[in-house]
Design a binder for this molecule. Structure first.
Ligand SMILES: Nc1nc2c(ncn2[C@@H]2O[C@H](COP(=O)(O)OP(=O)(O)OP(=O)(O)O)[C@@H](O)[C@H]2O)c(=O)[nH]1
Length: 621
């Protein structure tokens, strides 16, 4: 492979990468770094009707730009040439209508089979004169779309717009290059144009030719004084050394009889680093008569060779020569730019990498990788949630607080005083006894008193479950917020939260049932041991105290129905309740239990969301 081809391959690859990444240069790429702009481009600059579009077309070798007298180019046209594989049909495509391919290249094959490339000309359609078949309507639809798209933004007025039209041509006969047709520079606003138009156009043109890798085709018509050329004035401004400026003199055929442009073409009027190139484009009459490019080029060549003034310059004049000259310059320009393009790429990669680190890595498209990612994200959440419960992060201590503080203090506030008041004890015992008062101890009375006292536990126990539930819910919310990796997946965040809340809700219900069952169990089965010990303890109270004599149960006459008897019942019930309060100890295990449950549910939810994710993927396929 020649070095030239290598250069082309490189540009091709970069360009293809740009396209794949949606990098079209300029505004289209938004604030992201753009590589397109590092690639070579050629912009045509000149006064209105100086022949810019005509020169561009003749470099490309295709008829596709709107041309005519008056102001024709009213929006920049960014023409991107893309090289395709040999044998692929060529087509044009606009960025604003990406689905539509323009293949309106006229009748018959574009190139005859023996077409040979006139050397590989960078970014330029290369063809051998005479090989092109007649194509009167070549690109007519493309031309129409350029006109229509211009009108869409500016209306059918004389207004201009800086918003470029992007046109891509895909063909095996081009190499990658951006050519830019710009609105013509003007000195005065005409009717229907705002006063600012002169400055607006200049600024717009400048924004393109300012770029160091933009070759400037400075077009001046030969039938005007070169000293007044807008193109040269602007080019001198942005490229004072003239290394990327190419002076092009059009309309040589329209010069007054007896005058010639030799002073300009031979560099005496205005010296440039690169030699001036004289051009004879098709006149408006030629265009109207559909004179095709081949014929026009032949006529142009004849003009130079047969001209007594210009024949000595004939080999360095004309569109074909300009195309070759540009190709050489472009190659040199690219070659010179390779190191800076490479460093731009590396720098951009670094910048993007660090931004990606900040934003998070891209999401893989296959289900397996997505599952993996979701698992990773859930694991990250899991870790943080665990830290909140186990310590390291705040929150878990609140659960301990519920059992250490809130529950005992709520239990302390229970109205046992009222419940075990002498009056109430008497009432309950008597009601339990019914028509036959108890003989020794009011068995039924004890049971009812204990049962209803224990029922008081239900309130605080339920409240504790609710409180723990609330703390856990808060911890889920905090943990999701603190999981950095989840930040860019709002849907997953919401799903995860919803799954956690749903599970917590279930656990709250389970917790409540279990707690109430424990209270019920406690109330349903009284610990016999406690009561068996009672007589001995009664005995310990010593003589003189009614009903405390060893081996002599109190007789109904002494204290069976005295206040002291009922007070003792109240005391006994109260100490039994005190013993049953050990429930709190049971509940104390809950944080650990809860944590275990949370672990399980998270695992479960994780698999669930993973499954949903996989489902979603398989549905969209
Ligand atoms: N005879 C002759 N006519 C030319 C030549 N170059 C351009 N023209 C004619 O000049 C007119 C303007 O040419 P364009 O190529 O549209 O000029 P432009 O600079 O692109 O014009 P705007 O985009 O409107 O600024 C057309 O009618 C062309 O046919 C030339 O070398 N000789």
């Amino acid at each position: 492979m020649t070095t030239m081809e290598n250069v082309i391959v490189l540009v091709n690859r970069i360009q293809r990468a740009c396209t794949a990444l949606g990098d079209h240069g300029g505004d289209a790429a938004g604030s992201l770094p753009t590589l397109w702009e590092a690639l070579p481009s050629v912009a045509v600059v000149g006064g209105q009707s100086s022949g810019k579009s005509s020169v561009l077309e003749s470099i490309v070798g295709r008829d596709f730009l709107p041309r005519g007298s008056g102001i024709v180019t009213r929006r920049p046209l960014v023409l991107q040439l893309h090289k395709t594989e040999e044998g692929v049909q060529e087509y044009a495509e606009f960025l604003h209508m990406p689905k539509r391919r323009f293949t309106d290249f006229g009748e018959g094959p574009l190139f005859s089979s023996d077409t040979r490339l006139l050397g590989v000309i960078m970014g330029v359609y290369c063809f051998e004169i005479g090989c092109l078949v007649g194509l009167p309507h070549v690109y007519s639809l493309v031309r129409k779309e350029i006109q229509d798209e211009t009108d869409r933004l500016t209306g059918k007025t004389k207004q201009i717009s800086p918003v470029p039209i992007h046109l891509s041509i895909y063909s095996p006969h081009v190499v990658n290059l951006t050519l830019i047709d710009l609105p013509g520079l003007t000195k005065v606003a005409i009717e229907g144009q705002p006063e600012s138009i002169v400055e607006d156009i200049e600024n717009m043109v400048r924004s393109y030719v300012d770029k160091p890798n933009c070759l400037i085709l400075a077009i001046s018509p030969a039938n005007q004084d070169i000293a007044t050329s807008d193109a040269i004035k602007l080019a001198r401004d942005v490229d004072p050394t003239g290394e990327r400026t190419f002076g092009v003199l059009t309309k040589l055929d329209l010069m007054d009889k007896g005058t010639n442009a030799l002073d300009v073409l031979e560099g005496r009027s205005y010296r440039l680093q690169h030699p001036w190139v004289g051009i004879v484009n098709r006149s408006q009459a030629d265009i109207n008569r559909n004179v095709d490019m081949i014929v026009a080029r032949r006529k142009e060549q004849e003009f130079f060779t047969s001209s007594p003034e210009y024949s000595h310059l004939a080999s360095r004049m004309g569109s074909e020569y300009l195309a070759k000259l540009l190709s050489q310059q472009l190659e040199a320009a690219i070659r010179a730019r390779i190191p800076s393009i490479t460093s731009l790429i590396n720098k951009t990669i670094d910048e993007l990498e660090s931004e990606m680190d900040h934003l998070g890595r891209p999401i893989a498209s296959d289900a397996g990788a997505q599952l993996y990612l979701i698992l990773e994200l859930c694991r990250a959440f899991d870790k943080i949630f665990k830290e909140h419960l186990d310590g390291g992060r705040p929150g878990g201590d609140q659960i301990y607080g519920v059992f250490d503080n809130q529950l005992p203090s709520a239990l302390r506030k229970l109205p046992f005083d009222r419940h075990l008041s002498l009056q109430n004890v008497k009432r309950v015992v008597s009601q339990a006894d019914g028509y036959q008062p108890h003989l020794i101890a009011p068995e039924q009375g004890y049971r009812r008193l204990i049962e209803s006292a224990l029922n008081f536990f239900k309130g605080p126990a339920e409240a504790s479950v609710d409180r723990v539930h609330f703390v856990l819910k808060e911890l889920v919310r905090t943990s999701i917020g603190e999981t950095q990796e989840l930040k860019r997946f709002p849907t997953l965040q919401a799903e995860l939260a919803a799954a956690c809340y749903e599970a917590l809700e279930r656990f709250r219900e389970d917790g409540r049932k279990t707690t109430l069952r424990l209270v019920d169990m406690e109330a349903a089965y009284l610990t016999v041991e406690f009561f068996r010990k009672l007589p001995q303890e009664v005995d310990k109270t010593g003589p003189g105290n009614p009903g405390t004599r060893t081996g002599n149960p109190p007789t109904p006459s002494d204290d069976r129905y005295t206040d002291a008897h009922f007070r003792r019942i109240a005391t006994n019930v109260s100490s039994y309740i005190g013993m049953a309060k050990q429930l709190a100890v049971l509940l104390d295990e809950d944080p650990a239990l809860m944590e275990r449950r949370i672990q399980c549910f998270k695992r479960l939810e994780l698999y669930k969301s993973a499954r949903d994710e996989i489902d979603a993927v398989s549905w969209t396929r």
